[in-house]
Design a binder for this molecule. Sequence first.
Ligand SMILES: Nc1ncnc2c1ncn2[C@@H]1O[C@H](COP(=O)(O)OP(=O)(O)OP(=O)(O)O)[C@@H](O)[C@H]1O
Length: 237
Amino acid sequence: MNTRTTTTTTRPADTDAASGLRLQGVTLDLGDGDRTVHALDDVDLAVRVGELVAVVGPSGAGKSSLLAVAGALTDATSGTVRVHGTNLATLGRRRRARFRLAEIGFVFQSGNLVPALTVADQLRLTRRLAARGAYDPMPLLEAVGMSHKADRRPAELSGGERQRVGIARALVNDPSVLLVDEPTSALDRQRSQDVVGLLAERTHSFGVATVMVTHDHDVLGHADRVVEMADGRLRDL
Ligand SMILES: Nc1ncnc2c1ncn2[C@@H]1O[C@H](COP(=O)(O)OP(=O)(O)OP(=O)(O)O)[C@@H](O)[C@H]1O
C-alpha cells in the first residue's frame, strides 16, 4: 500500500551499506570519575532497511543505552553512529532535533500517547512537527487496524490498541530507523504476538531498519535476527 502524500527520497533497496542503521566501535561511558560505567563497549551493529533486529540481555546490560545512542538522544563517547549514511556526530543540536523527527521513530513501552489527543490527532501532531512529506494518518491507522477508533482517546483503548497506535505514529514521518523499547511489557501473550507481528510486517513493507529491545523471548520468532547485550557488549545469538 502506498500511503505517501509527497515523495521525498527513494529508499535504497536493502543491502546498500549506507542505508539503515550502522554503529561502529561505539562506546558510551556514563557517570564520572571512579563511578564511570561503560554502558556500551565497542559495539558494532548494522541493521538493514527492512530488517527487524531484536536485542535481548539482562537488566543493566546496556540495551536502553543502545537505543538512546542510535536515536540521537545521547552522544556516543567514541565510535560512529550512522543513520541512512548520516554520521550523527556531524549534526549540531538543532539539525539533530530535526533529523530525529524526520528519520527516527520511537515506540515506547506503553505507547506513550498524549492523553488529550484522539488517535488520529496523535499522528497529525507528529506529522505537522516534521517539515517534510509524510504518510497520511488515516491509511496508516488502517494499516495497523485502528482506523475505526481514529476519534477515540488513549484512555478508551486497550494496551494492544495503544501500542498499535504508537507504531503507526512512529511511522507517520516515514523514518529510516524505528527504535522500539519493550513493546509487549503491558500485553498478554496473544496481543504481544499480534503487536510484534505487526511491527515485523511494517518493518518489511515500509523499508525501515528496526531495533527492538525485549525481555519477551516468545516474540523473538518475528525478528530477522537476535543479538544479545551483556556488560555493554553485543554478540549475535
Ligand atoms: N545516567 C547514568 N549514569 C550512570 N550510569 C548509568 C546511567 N544510566 C544508566 N547507567 C548504567 O549503565 C548501564 C546500562 O544501563 P541501561 O539502562 O542501558 O541497561 P538496560 O540493559 O537497558 O537495563 P534494563 O533492562 O534494566 O532497562 C547500567 O549499569 C546502568 O546502571
